[in-house]
Design a protein around this ligand. Structure first.
Ligand SMILES: CC(C)(COP(=O)(O)OP(=O)(O)OC[C@H]1O[C@@H](n2cnc3c(N)ncnc32)[C@H](O)[C@@H]1OP(=O)(O)O)[C@@H](O)C(=O)NCCC(=O)NCCS
Length: 177
């Protein structure tokens, strides 16, 4: 039986958080860093279960993205993964439908940084590739992040967006986007 649970980090017990981290470690291997895990914390976790086992995860955390001179309350999506042996069964789509509900109800827009492998999946889920330049608001000021150009996807919600314009993320440790 498949099930979906959405809960804040604060409401998940240690065992559940460990299982989510283990799932991400299993899917991403050495590429999954402590900073990447940190980026999943402090917001909502969408957890997909099959026969009582955790098989999928997506987090939505609040960030501020700057665009068109405004700071936009953004539901930023992190740690999207479905266990390799449970893919192709709709878990990913169900997780992203829940993410979309959260973003549309609570944020100006949704955003995420995609891998090459997952870009088609996000497009299939209705997310739109950001065509304009990307940057990060660092302690030294706004710095372009050209390596991220073309890999940021957004889900427009309440905010009016100019997709050719610049999109700037707030500052954090680890990968900016
Ligand atoms: C991407 C991922 C989350 C998809 O999960 P999933 O449970 O297999 O996805 P679903 O079965 O719900 O598929 C939903 C739809 O997306 C499509 N899809 C799934 N993965 C896709 C991909 N990598 N590229 C293009 N389309 C994809 C499916 O064909 C399906 O389309 P359909 O509804 O027309 O049949 C999963 O493959 C995964 O964990 N990948 C490795 C980790 C990763 O890349 N995470 C994203 C990091 S940014």
């Amino acid at each position: 039986m498949a099930g979906l649970r959405t809960a804040h980090t604060a409401d998940l017990d240690v065992a559940t958080l460990r299982a989510a981290r283990a799932l991400l470690d299993g899917v991403f291997g050495d590429e999954m860093t402590d900073a990447d895990w940190e980026h999943c914390l402090g917001g909502l976790h969408c957890l997909a279960h099959e026969d009582g086992e955790l098989v999928g995860h997506a987090a939505v955390v609040q960030r501020q993205l700057l665009h068109g001179g405004r700071a936009l309350r953004t539901g930023y999506v992190e740690g999207v993964a479905v266990r390799a042996d449970r893919r192709g069964r709709g878990h990913g789509a169900r997780l992203m439908a829940e993410v979309e509900r959260v973003v549309r109800a609570g944020y100006d827009l949704g955003a995420l940084g995609s891998t090459e492998e997952a870009a088609g999946f996000y497009a299939r889920c209705g997310w739109v590739r950001w065509e304009g330049p990307t940057s990060a608001l660092t302690p030294e000021g706004i710095v372009r992040t050209p390596e991220e150009d073309g890999w940021i996807y957004v889900l427009p919600a309440a905010a009016a967006l100019e997709p050719e314009g610049e999109l700037t993320c707030d500052w954090r440790a680890g990968d900016a986007w």
